[in-house]
Design a protein around this ligand. Structure first.
Ligand SMILES: Nc1ncnc2c1ncn2[C@@H]1O[C@H](COP(=O)(O)OP(=O)(O)OP(=O)(O)O)[C@@H](O)[C@H]1O
Length: 246
């Protein structure tokens, strides 16, 4: 279990996060959704142990967590397999086994033909899959993902979401995924936490009961509409200010 209790954060004189309580259970997929600048990335970095919060407690009982950033952060001078195997370099796993694991993951993520390609020879979607494979290579049981698909176009994003769902489901990996896209959160989360800005706080929690395989486009748009009709969610996304007065 990952648990954040009464977490707050201040950058200089600006309060970024206030009284955040959050849990992620083993095998659970939690999506943090909110408008730009509400503190999602800061919260994810706190959950990852990359930023120390100004207040509150973070306890992480997962065996190993791995972070996937918005941009793939691949080493340009390393080939695809070496990029995937990178996370294992600091471990005692011998090089031959590192590469074997990287090869198996590349194949599972549909990158089988491109083992020897450099990052610049891969499309954005492929590069992001390499980043995902690199995170999986270390046998993480918790993935922390910061808008991993936001740079992809709609078709590729949907493909990447399907791939992620399959990987998490097959391996029973828990995830905390940050996004500003409500439909993405509704597609990928068992639970959705909606954040509001200034300061960043959680204003709404929604459990999505429908099985992942049955969350088609019609369901996603309907569920997003229903969520946006909740006053706290509408306020978070500032929709109320856009209401047209006759
Ligand atoms: N290192 C930093 N120093 C000072 N202020 C920061 C720092 N990192 C983030 N902030 C501020 O904290 C607030 C929240 O930023 P954060 O990146 O966490 O939000 P976000 O919801 O992830 O935004 P986006 O969706 O645009 O990436 C912003 O006002 C930002 O300017």
């Amino acid at each position: 279990m990952l648990r954040l209790e009464a977490v707050g954060h201040v950058f200089g004189r600006d309060r970024t996060l206030e009284t955040i309580d959050l849990t992620v259970a083993p095998g659970e997929s939690v999506c943090l959704v909110g408008p730009s600048g509400c503190g999602k990335t800061t919260l994810l970095r706190i959950a990852a142990g990359l930023v120390v919060p100004t207040e509150g407690i973070v306890s992480d009982a997962f065996h190993r967590s791995a972070v996937v950033f918005q941009e793939p952060r691949l080493l340009p001078w390393r080939r695809l397999l070496d990029n995937i195997a990178l996370g294992l370099k600091a471990t005692a796993v011998p090089r031959r086994e590192r590469l074997a694991r990287a090869r198996a993951l590349a194949d599972e993520l549909g990158l089988g033909e491109r083992h020897d390609h450099y990052p610049h020879e891969l499309s954005g979607g492929m590069q992001q899959r390499v980043a995902l494979a690199r995170a999986l290579a270390v046998d993480a049981d918790l993935l922390l993902l910061d808008e991993p698909f936001s740079a992809l176009d709609v078709g590729l994003r949907s493909e990447a979401q399907t791939l992620l769902l399959g990987l998490l489901g097959r391996r029973g990996i828990a995830s905390l995924l940050v996004t500003h896209d409500l439909t993405e959160a509704l597609r990928l989360g068992h639970r959705i936490l909606v954040m509001s800005p200034s300061p960043g706080r959680i204003v709404h929690e929604e459990r999505v009961e429908r099985p992942f395989g049955e969350r088609d486009a019609a369901f996603l748009y309907e569920a997003a509409g229903a969520l946006l009709r909740q006053p706290a969610v509408a306020d978070a996304f500032l929709f109320r200010q856009c209401e047209v007065t006759p």
